[in-house]
Design a protein around this ligand. Structure first.
Ligand SMILES: [Mg+2]
Ligand SMILES: [Zn+2]
Length: 181
């Protein structure tokens, strides 16, 4: 199996810092159609998100689950089904093992679901997403949505090449180009 791992804020939904209510959820233009095509290409869609607002007391895990329910419903209208949503609820001072850029959540999920990480992608808008992808051994993609432009400006030289796209729709080049002879 192969997976498309997706950051939540600034990638799967429009970026709002410490978003805390379902009404704040909005999908980026073209995102539903794009993820449907990735899904049809055989990728399991998995959201991986750091939600330190839980540990900071800004909102509860139940609040986050309501937001995720809304995200699931919005995407369902495009025929998109997420295989899972993986959450780190901690803040850096908690010294947890799951907060991105740790690859823990990806490695754990991939072992459980038999995902081949070398055939999988991780799309994010923050340095922690790119580093998480590299640490997990899957292919990193930087999207210039959310905080992506800011991230691009300070991107260090990583040992692996980073694919950069304007938005989720443009990432379809990755699946479409593979079909050419
Ligand atoms: Mg993000
Ligand atoms: Zn954590």
């Amino acid at each position: 199996m192969k997976a498309l791992f997706l950051d939540r804020d600034g990638v799967t939904i429009d970026y709002i810092p410490y978003l805390s209510r379902p009404e704040q959820v909005s999908l980026p233009e073209g995102a539903g159609e794009a993820l449907k095509i990735w899904q049809d290409e055989g990728y399991q869609l998995v959201i991986v998100t750091n939600q330190s607002g839980i540990s900071r007391g800004y909102f509860s895990l139940e609040d986050v689950e309501e937001i995720h329910q809304r995200i699931v419903e919005e995407y369902r209208s495009f025929g998109v089904e997420f295989a899972d949503i993986l959450i780190c609820p901690h803040q850096p001072s908690d010294n947890c093992q799951c907060r991105k850029p740790s690859p823990y959540l990806l490695l754990n999920y991939s072992e459980k679901e038999n995902i081949d990480l070398s055939q999988s992608w991780f799309m994010g808008d923050a340095p922690s997403d790119i580093e998480c992808a590299i640490n997990a051994g899957c292919q990193p993609v930087l999207l210039l949505t959310g905080r992506g432009k800011e991230t691009q400006e300070k991107l260090p030289n990583y040992k692996v090449s980073i694919s950069i796209f304007e938005n989720l729709s443009d990432t379809l080049d990755l699946v479409i180009s593979k079909k050419r002879p």
